[in-house]
Design a protein around this ligand. Structure first.
Ligand code: GDP
Ligand code: MG
Length: 446
């Protein structure tokens, strides 16, 4: 596909840095470079040249490296030139201004990647991975984006499409040779293949893992006042995030800090101690604490080991959801509560810790990681999960039709719907509006 305009933008982030890159793409890219760069003579493709960026009157704007990447071996699939100039906003901006004067036009958000997609250099899922990768907030998110960028999602969609094609072929064979293929035999074979397809779709979609990889996980500390929740937050983060005092009811709002566990971003919230209180501010704090608990991936229920076990502790542990770990804190002091008692009575794993000495905190981190671990979920983008869910629904509709005794070819409509949903992921025959939505959130220069 040939675009009329040669586009240019600063591809690197704003602010001070060693180098900045001005990227130019389109049929006029080399002409623009030649008009703006001091290197005379031949530009071999994929070779760096040292020189100066010059304005139209031959004044030096910056010392830089220039490179020409001939189509189609470039990011966009078009002729691409890049100027690596000095970092900082001024140099890069002046180089860009020169490049625009030399005939390029400013690139829109994601326009380079959009051209790469439209030129068949990557499919839509890979294009989205580029944006996911540059905005990744954790190692797990970056790893997942890279898997997607290198075809992890595309490959799976292709495999599912192949399965769909063979199911359709089976149905058509049944139509063409009705006397050779018993109707019920065809339906049985189709059914088992559609079932296998549905099973795979279900396995690929793990919204919880996807959310944890891309958005991080939520861990909430709860317990009665003075159990040591704020001290534990600080100890886990290795920072003084929360105020610690021996006055019960010190923490009134939900306070959060971030920890990266096994590459996964983990947001740990400290909450107001759960108790009945007349103080209206503390009451709001308690309500917020209860709200945070419902959102938690893991709940850390803190019990003070140095004091008698109270009915409030009992209530907390009784109400504890399955995803709860009990932290028996202050084990550096004389212990009045026994870990075996809690695990026996409430069927909850108990870890003995001390926020003051740090004892047991590594085990807490390990236990958290074990519970949160999202694995290498192949599908992490919301748009892909939604399309997969529609594909799964269509496959299940096909199964229902077969189970209701309809002949195999009746479920062809459902299977077509399944295929349409899958092809949205890779962007084959994608509607313009879908493509627009994908690239709308891109940054300029990517
Ligand atoms: N000895 C000892 N004291 C602790 C420990 N954890 C917290 N404390 C003390 O217990 C009191 C209440 O702690 P805080 O973290 O504010 O409890 P919160 O109300 O649950 O947030 C403070 O005086 C802390 O210094 C611990 O592991 N050992
Ligand atoms: Mg507190």
């Amino acid at each position: 596909m040939e675009f009329e305009k040669t586009i240019a933008a600063i591809a690197t982030a704003r602010g001070q840095g060693g180098v900045a890159i001005v990227r130019i793409s389109g049929t006029g890219a080399l002409a623009v470079l030649k008009k703006s760069f001091s290197h005379r003579g031949k530009y071999e493709s994929h070779r760096m040249y040292h020189g100066y960026v010059l304005n139209e009157s031959g004044e030096k704007i910056d010392e830089a490296l220039g490179v020409y990447m001939a189509a189609p071996r470039s990011y966009t699939g078009e002729d691409v030139c890049e100027i690596q100039c000095h970092g900082g906003d001024v140099s890069a901006r002046r180089v860009l201004e020169q490049v625009l004067r030399a005939g390029a036009v400013p690139a829109g958000p994601g326009e380079f990647t959009r051209r790469a997609f439209l030129n068949g250099r990557m499919d839509l899922s890979q294009a989205e991975a580029v944006m996911q990768l540059v905005s990744a907030g954790s190692e797990a998110a970056a790893r997942a984006s890279l898997r997607q960028l290198t075809g992890g999602v595309s490959g799976r969609v292709r495999a599912l499409m192949d399965q769909l094609h063979s199911i359709r072929a089976l149905i058509e064979a049944g139509d063409d040779f009705p006397e050779e293929m018993e109707e019920t035999e065809t339906a049985g074979q189709v059914r088992s293949q559609v079932q296998a397809l549905a099973d795979q779709l279900r396995k690929l979609c793990d919204p919880r893992a996807a959310r944890i990889i891309t958005g991080g996980s939520r861990v909430v500390l709860c317990g009665r006042p003075n159990a040591g929740k704020s001290s534990l937050l600080n100890a886990l983060l290795g920072a003084e995030a929360a105020i610690v005092t021996d006055v019960p009811g010190t923490t009134r709002d939900v306070l959060t800090g971030h920890l990266e566990l096994g590459g996964v971003d983990c947001e740990i919230s400290d909450t107001a101690g759960l108790r009945d209180t007349a103080d209206p501010v503390e009451q709001i704090g308690v309500r917020r604490a209860e709200e945070a608990l419902t959102q938690a991936d893991v709940v850390l229920a803190v019990v003070d080991a140095s004091r008698e076990f109270t009915p409030e502790d009992a209530r907390l542990l009784q109400a504890a959801p399955r995803r709860t770990l009990c932290l028996l804190n202050k084990t550096d002091l004389t212990q009045k509560v026994d870990a075996d008692f809690i695990s026996g009575e409430y069927n909850i794993p108990v870890l003995q810790v001390s926020a003051v000495t740090g004892a047991g905190l590594d085990q807490v981190k390990q236990a958290l990681l074990q519970r949160i671990n999202p694995g290498e979920a192949p599908i992490v983008a919301q748009r892909h999960l939604e399309a997969m869910a529609r594909a799964l629904q269509a496959a299940e509709d096909a199964l229902s039709a077969l189970d209701a005794g309809f002949p195999a070819d009746v479920c062809g409509v459902d299977l077509a719907r399944c295929g349409d949903a899958l092809s949205e992921i890779t962007g084959e025959n994608a509607r313009e509006s879908v493509i627009d939505r994908v690239f709308r959130d891109f940054c300029v220069g990517k």
